[in-house]
Design a protein around this ligand. Structure first.
Ligand SMILES: Cc1cc2nc3c(=O)[nH]c(=O)nc-3n(C[C@H](O)[C@H](O)[C@H](O)COP(=O)(O)OP(=O)(O)OC[C@H]3O[C@@H](n4cnc5c(N)ncnc54)[C@H](O)[C@@H]3O)c2cc1C
Length: 423
C-alpha cells in the first residue's frame, strides 16, 4: 500500500494519446484564442485545450466585459471588433476604443470563430503535466471528462495566464512585487439590471453594510452602463491574494461573493434602487499570478521611456494600473505614451518548443499591470500562433524564428505597427 505519510507520491501512469497536432494551445482566453486562430490560418493543425466550458478567459469567464483602450486596434483584435462590435471599429489602426460588450455574446462569437477557422477546441480539459523530451516540450497530459489523456504537438503555446505549462516544464517563474511577492488583488465583477421599479433588497447576515464610498473595498465607484439596455457592469470588489495559490483562491471565491452581495445592496440603497443583481460569474477574476523568466523581461523603465524593440510583436499605451496588492483601497494609475513588447518576452529562458503568450509573459509586476489587458493579450497570442507556424515550416526552434519573416506574416494577417501611439 502507498505510504502517504511522507506527503508525496510518485505518479506513474500510462496515458493514451487522444490527439496530435502541429500546435497545441493551452487556455482559451484572449491570448489562446488568438494564438489558435492565427496558427490555424498559417495552415497548421491546431488544437486548443480549455479548462472551462467557454472561450474568452477573464473577458467572459470573469465577466470583464470591457476592452480597455491601448491606442491600437490592429491585427486579430481589429478583426474581432470589426465582426463582433462593428460600431466601435475606428478608421485607423492606431486609435483607442473602450467598448463594453456582452460576455455571453462574445463567448458565442468565439465558439463560432474558432470553429470557422478549423481549430479543434477541447472544452473541460485541464492541463496536468508537460511532456518534456531532450529539453523540449512535445505535448501535455490533461484531465478530460474521460480521464487523463495526452495531446502531442510540435509547438506548445501556454496561454493559461498562470504559466502552468511553463512552470511544470521547469521554466523559472516569479509572482508579484519584488519586495513581498504580493500580486494584484482579485475582483468578482458582476452585473445589475434596471427593472424600472424598486427591487426587493436583501443583505445576508454575514455580509457588509457599506454606508459610504470610503467603506467600499476599492474606496470608489467603478461601473459601466454603456450597453444602453439598463445593465450596470460593476467592478467594485477587491480581495487580496494570488489566484494561482490554492488557499488564496479558496478564500477569494467566498469573500468576493460576500463583497459582491454587499456592494449590490449598497448600490440599491444609494443611487440604484431599481437594479437587481442579474449576473454573477462562476469564478472570481484573477489579474496577476505568475510571470515566466523569458529571454527578455519587460520593465517599468521600458514603459515609461516608450522603448522600441526590433522584435516588436505588440504595442500598447495602456496605463500602469496597479490595484493595491495589499487589498487596500487605492489604485496606482499612471498614463503612458506607448511602448513595444518584444517577442523574446514570450520565450522561456531555458526550454524549447514552448511559447508563453498573454498576461504571464516575462514582465515585472509594474510592467504586467499595463500589458495585461485583453487587446494586448490578443496581439501577443496572434504573434505566438504565427511564430509557432513559422518554426514548424522552417524547422527552426521557436527562439530562432526569423523576425523579418514574423513581421511579414503578421502584416499579411493585418497587423500594422505604429511608430507613435494615440491615446
Ligand atoms: C477583475 C478584472 C478586471 C479587468 N478589467 C479589464 C478591462 O476592463 N479591460 C481589459 O481589456 N482587461 C481587463 N482585465 C484584464 C484581462 O481580462 C486579462 O488580463 C486577460 O483576459 C488575460 O488574457 P489571457 O489570455 O492571458 O488569460 P486569461 O484571460 O486568464 O485566460 C486564461 C485561460 O486559460 C484557461 N486555463 C487556465 N488554466 C488552465 C489549465 N490548467 N488547463 C486548461 N485551461 C486553463 C482559463 O480557463 C482561461 O480560459 C481585467 C482582469 C480582471 C481579473
Amino acid at each position: 500500500m502507498t505510504n502517504l505519510s511522507n506527503r508525496e507520491i510518485t505518479l506513474n501512469r500510462t496515458v493514451p494519446v487522444y490527439d496530435t497536432a502541429d500546435v497545441v494551445v493551452i487556455g482559451g482566453g484572449p491570448a489562446g484564442t488568438a494564438a489558435a486562430i492565427c496558427s490555424a490560418r498559417c495552415g497548421r493543425k491546431t488544437i486548443l485545450l480549455e479548462h472551462s466550458g467557454q472561450l474568452g478567459g477573464m473577458g467572459t469567464l470573469g465577466n470583464v466585459s470591457v476592452f480597455m483602450g491601448i491606442g491600437n486596434v490592429t491585427g486579430i483584435y481589429r478583426e474581432i471588433i470589426s465582426e463582433f462590435l462593428p460600431a466601435a471599429l475606428p478608421d485607423s489602426h492606431h486609435e483607442s476604443i473602450w467598448p463594453q460588450y456582452s460576455p455571453f455574446e462574445l463567448r458565442h462569437y468565439l465558439n463560432g470563430k474558432l470553429e470557422k477557422e478549423g481549430v479543434e477546441v477541447y472544452y473541460h480539459v485541464s492541463f496536468v503535466s508537460s511532456i518534456v523530451e531532450d529539453n523540449r516540450v512535445v505535448g501535455v497530459v490533461a484531465n478530460t471528462r474521460e480521464g487523463l489523456r495526452a495531446f502531442a504537438g510540435r509547438v506548445v503555446i501556454d496561454c493559461t495566464g498562470d504559466a502552468r505549462v511553463a512552470q511544470d516544464a521547469g521554466v523559472p517563474t516569479k509572482a508579484g512585487r519584488d519586495e513581498d511577492g504580493l500580486t494584484q488583488p482579485m475582483t468578482l465583477m458582476f452585473m445589475m439590471q434596471d427593472t424600472g421599479k424598486p427591487v426587493r433588497q436583501k443583505l445576508p447576515d454575514d455580509c457588509y453594510k457599506y454606508e459610504s464610498i470610503p467603506d467600499l473595498p476599492q474606496g470608489r465607484h467603478l461601473f459601466w452602463g454603456g450597453m444602453g439596455d439598463g445593465t450596470l457592469l460593476v467592478n467594485m470588489t477587491r480581495v487580496k491574494g494570488n489566484g494561482a495559490k490554492i488557499r488564496d483562491i479558496n478564500y477569494a471565491e467566498k469573500e468576493s461573493l460576500r463583497q459582491a452581495l454587499s456592494v449590490a445592496n449598497y448600490l440599491q440603497r444609494t443611487n440604484h434602487p431599481n437594479h437587481i443583481l442579474s449576473h454573477v460569474p462562476g469564478q472570481v477574476g484573477v489579474r496577476e499570478t505568475n510571470q515566466i523568466e523569458g529571454r527578455y523581461t519587460l520593465t517599468e523603465d521600458d514603459l515609461t521611456s516608450s522603448r522600441r524593440f526590433e522584435d516588436v510583436v505588440a504595442q500598447t499605451n495602456y496605463e500602469i494600473d496597479i490595484h493595491n496588492p495589499t487589498g487596500g483601497a487605492n489604485t496606482d494609475e499612471r498614463k503612458l505614451d506607448g511602448y513595444d513588447i518584444p517577442y523574446r518576452c514570450m520565450l522561456p529562458v531555458n526550454i524549447e518548443g514552448l511559447i508563453v503568450a498573454g498576461r504571464s509573459i516575462s514582465a515585472t509586476h509594474v510592467a504586467m499591470s499595463s500589458m495585461r489587458v485583453q487587446a494586448t493579450c490578443y496581439a501577443l497570442g496572434q504573434a505566438a500562433g504565427v511564430a509557432a507556424a513559422i518554426a514548424i515550416e522552417t524547422g527552426a526552434s521557436v527562439a530562432d524564428v526569423s523576425i523579418p519573416t514574423l513581421h511579414q506574416r503578421l502584416s499579411e494577417q493585418g497587423v500594422v505597427f505604429a511608430k507613435q501611439h494615440a491615446r
